[in-house]
Design a protein. Structure first.
Ligand code: HEC
Ligand code: HEC
Length: 323
């Protein structure tokens, strides 16, 4: 018996030592750096059509996280990200050569947006990774970043440095990994196939699933439909006035999802204008998306009809935390 206890003691002691080593390692490494990537040699054309498309995508994506109160992309505090990840600030991504991304090449931007790895090899785990966005749409965002539009004009202002929590550092050293740069071109699906097109807009462009699923971490960026609780909602996020709310269940479950709650027209109104059929306003971090077209949002609705229904009573969960 004594021997057994001693063996258990050794094993346990060994584990504690290993854990201490691991903690020390994580604390010293922080967010890991990878080898500087070989970025594609591309030059994105700056046509007005491409800039317009990029602007529409940026209004759904980049603006909400990078735009300050004056509507310029100088970076800001992101309080919707749960505090367990640290105090997260986005960056200045205006054309300023020192504070912004004025010195990045088109290829470096393309590589970063697809993989979350900067030209120097550092890894940004908190930003969405646009692994499924078509080449043309990513290029349109780059064309917009280079354009004469006000939000991207050079500005020196800066947000404070990100302070990642120990938890985030552990994640970045274990399960969170940069994406692979795609070897094949990525094309936009034929828009007459509304279900495929809706999936592309929802998962590839607007990143709806990353909030509307069960877990911020248990997500598959290349196969979003394998993410935990895909479109069933339930992630707790920071909202107005320091309060928290759960993301909504967007599956067509009749009781707890949107199956009976929204007609297509009402869904389009909610997503574009941020207003529910009963007139109530959708709270942050859900944002109105007026730059998506009716056809795009209607296609998301058609796609959501085909997603497996999940029972997840969000109203009850919100009531439990006093919302
Ligand atoms: C969910 C919030 C979020 C969204 C959406 C988002 N970003 Fe970011 N982005 C961040 C954060 C946070 C950082 C900085 C993280 C850090 O410093 O570790 C960042 C960093 C960057 C950087 C690196 C800048 C530098 O100097 O290191 C670039 C470039 C960038 N974002 C571009 C974009 C573009 C373009 C879009 C839209 C297609 C976008 N981001 C959408 C949160 C976001
Ligand atoms: C940054 C996280 C985030 C993203 C990205 C996001 N949502 Fe939301 N969404 C929320 C939250 C949080 C709520 C709950 C708001 C509330 O309860 O007031 C919500 C609510 C909704 C609702 C209302 C559902 C109901 O039951 O009344 C709809 C519809 C919706 N989102 C659709 C979308 C679509 C479509 C996209 C992609 C274009 C999207 N959302 C992207 C966080 C997000």
């Amino acid at each position: 018996m004594k021997k057994v206890l001693r063996v258990i003691g050794f094993v346990f002691g060994g584990l504690v030592v290993l854990l201490l080593f691991f903690c020390g390692y994580v604390a010293s490494v922080g967010i890991p750096k990878y080898a500087p990537p070989i970025t594609p040699k591309i030059t994105v054309q700056r046509s007005e059509a491409l800039v317009k498309r990029g602007e529409a995508i940026a209004q759904v994506q980049c603006m909400s996280c990078h735009a300050n109160r004056d509507n310029r992309l100088t970076g800001k505090r992101l309080d919707e990200i749960p505090a367990i990840f640290g105090t997260i600030y986005s960056k200045n991504i205006t054309q300023d050569k020192e504070k912004g991304i004025g010195r990045w090449t088109d290829g470096e931007l393309m590589y970063f947006l697809r993989t979350s790895v900067r030209p120097d090899g550092s890894f940004v785990g908190v930003m969405p990774r646009y692994a499924l966005m078509s080449d043309e749409d990513v290029k349109s965002v780059i064309a917009w970043l280079r354009s004469d539009r006000l939000p991207v004009q050079p500005t020196k202002e800066e947000a404070p440095e990100v302070e990642y929590s120990f938890f985030s550092k552990v994640l970045a050293n274990t399960i969170m990994k940069p994406g692979e740069y795609p070897l094949q071109p990525i094309l936009i699906p034929d828009s007459t196939d509304q279900v495929a097109f809706g999936k592309y807009i929802a998962d590839g462009v607007a990143d709806c699933y990353s909030c509307h699923s069960a877990d911020l971490l248990d997500q598959d960026k290349l196969h979003p439909e394998r993410s935990k609780g895909y479109y069933g909602g339930g992630i707790k996020m920071g909202s107005e006035g320091g309060k928290e709310i759960h993301t909504a269940n967007l599956t067509f479950d009749e009781e707890t999802g949107i199956g009976k709650k929204y007609t297509k027209a009402q869904f389009i109104q909610a997503v574009k204008m941020g207003v529910r059929p009963d007139g109530s306003i959708l709270r942050r971090p859900m944002e109105p998306h007026p730059s998506l077209t009716d056809y795009e949002v209607g296609s998301i609705y058609e796609y959501l009809k085909t997603v497996p229904k999940l029972k997840n009573d969000i109203a009850k969960k919100n009531a439990e935390i006093g919302q």
